[in-house]
Write a protein that binds this ligand. Structure first.
Ligand code: ZN
Length: 117
């Protein structure tokens, strides 16, 4: 069986500086003074893009390294935005006329065309 890292007193260390991080008591890899990041893969990665959505990679970054990266504008923040549901507009349907073949145009249409010349 694989060794569980991040369980017990020690969480995974910071992936940037290697600082040791302590776990919140009773948690598995939930560091004090740090943040745990999880990815289920990324299209475009040449090293981790599993087709098995059950697999994840997890890394920790200590708070000082995260703040330093944010100050260098290297961190994105995403916020879920809930849009209002679309509403339906109701109007009377007027079918579009099929384009008439010019060789069989009706006399009324021709008269209309002549009056605009
Ligand atoms: Zn760090």
């Amino acid at each position: 069986m694989a060794t569980v890292v991040g369980k017990g007193r020690q969480s995974l260390p910071c992936i940037v500086c290697g600082r040791l991080l302590l776990n919140v008591e009773g948690a598995v890899n939930q560091p004090y003074n740090g943040t745990s990041f999880t990815t289920c893969g990324h299209y475009g990665s040449t090293v981790f893009d599993p087709m098995d959505s059950r697999k994840r990679l997890v890394i920790n970054v200590c708070d000082p390294c995260l703040l330093e990266a944010a100050q260098q504008r290297l961190v994105l923040m995403k916020t879920e935005v809930h849009q209002p549901p679309p509403e339906l507009e109701t109007v009377i349907w007027v079918p579009e006329k099929e384009e008439e073949d010019e060789t069989q145009a009706s006399p009324a249409a021709e008269a209309g065309n002549q009056s605009t010349r």
